[in-house]
Design a protein around this ligand. Sequence first.
Ligand SMILES: NC(=O)C1=CN([C@@H]2O[C@H](COP(=O)(O)OP(=O)(O)OC[C@H]3O[C@@H](n4cnc5c(N)ncnc54)[C@H](OP(=O)(O)O)[C@@H]3O)[C@@H](O)[C@H]2O)C=CC1
Ligand SMILES: Nc1nc(=O)c2c([nH]1)NC[C@@H]1CN(c3ccc(C(=O)N[C@@H](CCC(=O)O)C(=O)O)cc3)C=[N+]21
Length: 307
Amino acid sequence: MPPLDDNRYLKGGPVAARIIAEVRAAAQQATDEGFRPKLVSITVGDVAAVDVYVRNQRAKAELAGIDFEERRFPAELTAGELEAAIHGMNADPRITGIIIQRPVPAHIPIKAIQAAVHPLKDVEGMHPASIGNIVYNQLDLAPCTAAASVELLRATGLDLKGLEVVVVGHSEIVGKPIAFLLMSEGATVTVCHHMTRSLAAHARRADALFVAVGKPRLIKADMVKPGAAVIDIGINAETLPDGSSRIVGDVDTESVKEVASWITPVPGGVGPVTVAILLRNTMVALNRQRAVYRATFGTAEATLAAE
Ligand SMILES: NC(=O)C1=CN([C@@H]2O[C@H](COP(=O)(O)OP(=O)(O)OC[C@H]3O[C@@H](n4cnc5c(N)ncnc54)[C@H](OP(=O)(O)O)[C@@H]3O)[C@@H](O)[C@H]2O)C=CC1
Ligand SMILES: Nc1nc(=O)c2c([nH]1)NC[C@@H]1CN(c3ccc(C(=O)N[C@@H](CCC(=O)O)C(=O)O)cc3)C=[N+]21
């Protein structure tokens, strides 16, 4: 596939639309068969960074034929209360998937809360069991942003086998799962973080550069190999001199786009695909639940006959 000109942007919209169309067909079929998918989003306190994400989740879920419910809890909620609410949702057969929007207030231990979501309802792939599956090369349900970033790289048509990839940022939700997904695909992966001695030297070797740090313009043109694919995951709010604000990524897009063959814009790159993957993960979760249902109830005759 040639570079995605006109201006070398690797846009998320078309990739997201394709995924959502697939999800929509699957959701319609499941609904016809009596298993209507439903996604519940949990937000604790007021977090501006989450609002856009939840708004897009609702809009795209509606488009895909997945029910969407937002549960907002006050910032003073205790960890015990949140866990109890999650246990209730785990046991509710009408709920397919649960996503806990990050960040949560500091007094709530996020890892324990993520582990409270039943692995079969863990549509974000953040339960320790889900993360473990990625290490074991079971890749069909991965953390949404990581999966979205890899999906965008795939859209370039580059062969991932043996590809020299550098991931900047090693958070549990983004950088680390990206590295594991790419290793599974046969890429050669280098992971950089704030203690990395020469970020530029590593970044310049990359055929594909993933950046998930949270620092505007961290990656400049002289840190990018000519012809590379650059996947910009950062979402940073920036205030302009006139007082208005806008969203920028972690890459100095204006200069890097002259060097790279592909670059994801912010907004309009990884974000929309992240939302689409969340919906796809909801269908993966539904199918797993249906398999359990069949395994448990599909043998009723045998069970009755044995009595
Ligand atoms: N598009 C989307 O769907 C999503 C976008 N995001 C965005 O992605 C970005 C990263 O998010 P997230 O992973 O949650 O953030 P975290 O703050 O959890 O992680 C940031 C990572 O960047 C590393 N880092 C910090 N400074 C440097 C540096 N100077 N050079 C190299 N590495 C550095 C940190 O390393 P260390 O730990 O060693 O300090 C850490 O691993 C944010 O802008 C966020 O808004 C996040 C989620 C979804
Ligand atoms: N548990 C958890 N998982 C996350 O993945 C997670 C989270 N919590 N908390 C908040 C951040 C942020 N995030 C976004 C995802 C998509 C868009 C998105 O769709 N952006 C569009 C829309 C832009 C706009 O409308 O302004 C775009 O980039 O084009 C934004 C933000 C996921 N995060």
